[in-house]
Design a protein around this ligand. Structure first.
Ligand code: MSP
Length: 521
């Protein structure tokens, strides 16, 4: 008997252990050059990635969200010199500006890496020593056309009218003794990798772009410099430092302790999700997988490429002189309005145009007239007609099916890295709920079942909306949650299990508050 009980206990605990396995989600942003303070284009990458990380946490996954600053290379050394500082002084001044901006934009990163940290030097040296020992690095003379803002060499044929194709500025002729990475040895292996993992690089158009680079034929790349010393020293030759991209890409491994903690590394790699802008496809979708292969580890499993935020049709950038300060926008419109606009107005994967007019229009239509108005109407009528006593939703409400479909669409979109579609689905629910209020006009009804049902349903919609918008608008979501009389936070552990129609209950009195998003002129 005792044996049977023991066996049953063992089986049960095995079952429980299985049920409680938490999946891991490793998501990264590019690390930012600290030649200037962050602009709205950088903020766009950050807010998008942050919302996906927050969504995954809401789904109960163990998330590791990594960002940081890219502090070596000629561009940074030049910016430091222009400001009369050493590169170290300059980067120590600028890197905190990024951390500060991300704090003000409510970015929930778990680790912030600076490429000047000792842990990064260790990982870069360990990783590239493996590549060297595996025979993929050799020494030669390099003469090439270099674009400093890109920190990259170009072929003559890649230039547009003799200028860098990205920055449209003249390139510099550089000649030096370099170590080279045998990228050419990886053409076939990369093509096989793309074939075997058709979803590794998304969206499809960007996968095709990366494949185009590989099919053109790959040339070996110079990966060290002797002309500057602002970089990670090459461990086998102290005359050289690694070229900035060769150091930067490895940050993704530094943060998960490559070469230091094998168990931690195995727990997070290779099932990473790199989020990058379209200007850095070649580095992430060609060089980086090849570097991983050369070092004997698997390439990154997922790379999501987003488009650019443009101003007047041009990429927002320091060199274009069209930068918009995200913190000024936040001062003006409020944090969540800016976060909402960034994700709602542009399909994640395509280019988007920033304009004050579009931001104001989104603010007024989606936030003031739709979400804000819904909350205001419901809380006002509950306060006025039911003494603030919150009614419950009807199980057979006409909104139940619509809400369930909208939520399913939102969930699927979040999982597909499509915040714009997720928000569109939620706003369709907000719109539908407002439309029902218009038809039933609870403000004209006497207390009774009809009044209670329509208000209970609207409160339930607001509860579901709070959970779905939390990844994009955490403060607004928490505020609405409290205003409709719910305890705790929309970001609670079981958020998704309560993601079904009919669970709204409040024991608190609901008060009419001031408008969440006052209309703007
Ligand atoms: N330091 C490299 C990345 C190394 S990752 C191992 C770099 N830095 S960057 O500061 O120039 O750009 C960082 C990210 O910001 C890139 O993904 C880039 O696409 C993104 N953006 C910069 N300007 C942008 C817009 N105007 N719009 C959208 N994203 C933009 O590249």
């Amino acid at each position: 008997m005792l044996k049977i009980i023991r066996a049953l206990t063992a089986v049960t605990s095995l079952f429980i252990a299985k049920v409680h396995v938490v999946s891991r989600f490793f998501i990264t942003t590019p690390i930012y050059y600290v030649n200037d303070v962050p602009h709205l284009g950088h903020a766009y990458t950050m807010v998008s990635t942050d919302s996906i990380a927050r969504w995954r946490r809401l789904c109960g996954e163990e998330v590791f969200f990594l960002t940081g600053t890219d502090e070596h290379g000629l561009k940074i050394a030049q910016a430091a010199a222009e400001n009369g500082m050493s590169p170290k002084q300059w980067t120590d001044l600028l890197s905190p500006r990024f951390q500060d901006a991300w704090r003000k934009l409510n970015i929930s990163y778990d680790d912030f890496i600076r490429t000047t940290e000792t842990r990064h030097y260790e990982t870069v040296q360990a990783f590239l020593s493996s590549v060297y020992e595996n025979g993929y690095i050799y020494k030669d003379i390099y003469r090439g056309l270099y674009c400093v803002p890109c920190e990259a060499y170009y072929q003559e044929s890649e230039l547009s009218d003799g200028n860098c194709p990205i920055h449209n500025r003249p390139v510099t002729v550089m000649e030096e003794e370099n170590y080279f990475f045998r990228l050419s040895a990886f053409t076939d292996r990369l093509l096989e990798w793309y074939e075997k993992f058709p979803n590794a690089v998304r969206p499809l158009s960007k996968r095709n772009e990366a494949l185009g680079f590989i099919r053109q034929g790959l040339q070996d790349i110079s990966i060290t410099r002797t002309s500057i010393d602002w970089g990670v020293p090459v461990p086998w030759d102290d005359q050289h430092v690694f070229y900035v991209w060769y150091d930067a890409l490895i940050n993704y491994l530094t943060a998960i302790d490559y070469g230091r903690d094998a168990d931690r590394f195995k727990a997070w790699w290779p099932s990473v999700h790199h989020v990058i802008g379209k200007d850095i496809i070649r580095f992430h979708c060609v060089w980086w997988p090849a570097m991983c292969m050369a070092a004997g580890i698997d390439p990154p499993a997922n790379i999501f490429v987003h488009g650019w935020l443009l101003v007047g049709g041009e990429k927002m950038a320091k060199s274009a002189g069209n930068k918009v300060d995200p913190l000024e926008l936040v001062e003006d419109f409020g944090l969540d309005a800016v976060r909402y606009y960034l994700l709602r107005d542009t399909n994640f994967g395509s280019d988007g145009d920033f304009t004050y007019e579009a931001l104001t229009a989104r603010y007024n239509s989606d936030l003031a007239n739709n979400l804000g108005n819904l909350l205001q109407r419901v809380t006002t009528v509950v306060a006025n007609k039911l003494d603030g006593r919150a009614p419950q939703p009807a199980i057979d409400s006409p909104l139940a099916i619509f809400a369930t479909q909208a939520l399913n669409r939102a969930k699927a979109s979040w999982n597909e890295f499509a915040p714009q579609d997720a928000l569109e689905a939620v706003w369709s629910l907000i719109h539908e709920t407002n439309a029902r209020l218009e038809v039933v006009a609870p403000w004209k009804l006497e207390p009774g079942d009809e009044l209670e049902n329509v208000l209970g349903d609207a409160l339930e919609c607001l509860r579901l909306v709070c959970i779905t918008i939390y990844p994009v608008m955490p403060d607004t979501s928490s505020e609405v949650w409290a205003r409709i009389g719910l305890d705790g936070s929309p970001n609670h552990q079981d958020a998704l299990t309560s993601f079904t129609w009919g669970l709204y209950r409040s024991a608190r009195t609901i008060e009419k508050g001031t408008p969440l998003f006052p209309r703007r002129k």
